[in-house]
Design a protein around this ligand. Structure first.
Ligand code: GUN
Length: 287
């Protein structure tokens, strides 16, 4: 391995430390404690893990964490009523509805019922539009965390070739918008892209967000490139479950200039950015 390892875990701990300082100041100077509400419908095991760790870290930085756990067969009307209550609650500054939702619920309708000012995920159509037009938006946490790591490692991103592999609304598209905002030349590649390896080899910045275990191998990577791995995939190795990214770490680390590991790369940054977004929402709500 010749690449520098970008330590998302340590970076995220620093970000959470800064968030905690902001929170302490809001409490001491203004008597305001930021509050984050997380809504989980059903009991998807991966979602349970995320929600638990979000709650713990929210409390650790001194914010109020409120969890609403609803039955898997909750009606859309009941979920919308809960969101309306949270929208109207002045002690709640951020609302996150954990995805995926059970199939009978319309995710777009539910997300767009959140007050855009409290939409700390940045998924509401208003925030998507604001980000796309370069205006002040709530920015989705995972791409924001990736951008912070890229800026920290590379400094000015202006003029660099960035390839984002994956076109999801949660990661791929907002990631491309953020990189464009930093004056990168951006390509969005995906499962239908012809000769994906050669497209990726043009990248100074390669962001993998496809959801396919270890799909990006060393021959996709330009020597010295910065590789950001957004994937979280569980695979079986020798009868044991192992967590791997969308990037084949071993082969890519031999070619890249810098690379994020899985676990310990993008994942911890996502939650740190969620907490930072909640403080931002709280500050905007209180002028
Ligand atoms: N499920 C997986 N990632 C996310 C995320 O960033 N936000 C929400 N709300 N649900 C998710």
């Amino acid at each position: 391995m010749s690449a520098v390892m970008i330590d998302g875990k340590a970076f995220a701990a620093r970000v959470r430390g800064q968030v905690a300082v902001h929170v302490a100041r809001l409490v001491a100077d203004h008597g305001i404690q930021p509050g984050l509400a997380v809504v989980l419908v059903g009991s998807d095991p991966a979602s349970e893990v995320y929600v638990k760790s979000k709650g713990r870290m929210t409390r650790e930085v001194g914010m109020i964490s409120v969890e609403h756990r609803l039955e898997a067969d909750t009606s859309e009307a009941d979920l919308l009523a809960l969101i309306a209550d949270l929208n109207a609650d002045p002690t709640i500054h951020g609302i996150l509805v954990q995805l995926p939702l059970p199939g009978h619920l319309n995710s777009e309708l539910v997300i767009n019922s959140i007050d855009p000012a409290k939409d700390v995920d940045g998924f509401h159509i208003s925030n998507v539009g604001l980000l796309g037009t370069g205006q002040k938006a709530m920015v989705p946490c995972t791409p924001l965390g990736c951008l912070m790591m890229l800026r920290d490692h590379l400094g000015d991103l202006s003029g660099l070739n960035a390839v984002v592999v994956g076109r999801s609304n949660i990661v791929g598209k907002p990631m491309a918008q953020l990189l464009l905002g930093d004056s990168c030349t951006v390509t969005i590649a995906h499962s239908r892209t012809r000769d994906l390896a050669s497209v990726c080899r043009g990248a100074d910045i390669l962001v993998a967000a496809v959801g396919r275990a270890q799909m990006i191998t060393g021959d996709f990577v330009k020597p010295g490139a910065t590789v950001i791995d957004v994937g979280i995939n569980r695979i079986e190795v020798d009868g044991k479950t192992k967590l791997v990214g969308d990037v084949d770490f071993e082969s890519c680390a031999d070619v890249a200039g810098a690379i994020t590991p899985v676990p310990g790369g993008v994942g911890p940054m996502t939650i740190a950015c969620l907490l930072a977004n909640t403080v931002t929402a709280c500050c905007r709500a209180n002028g």
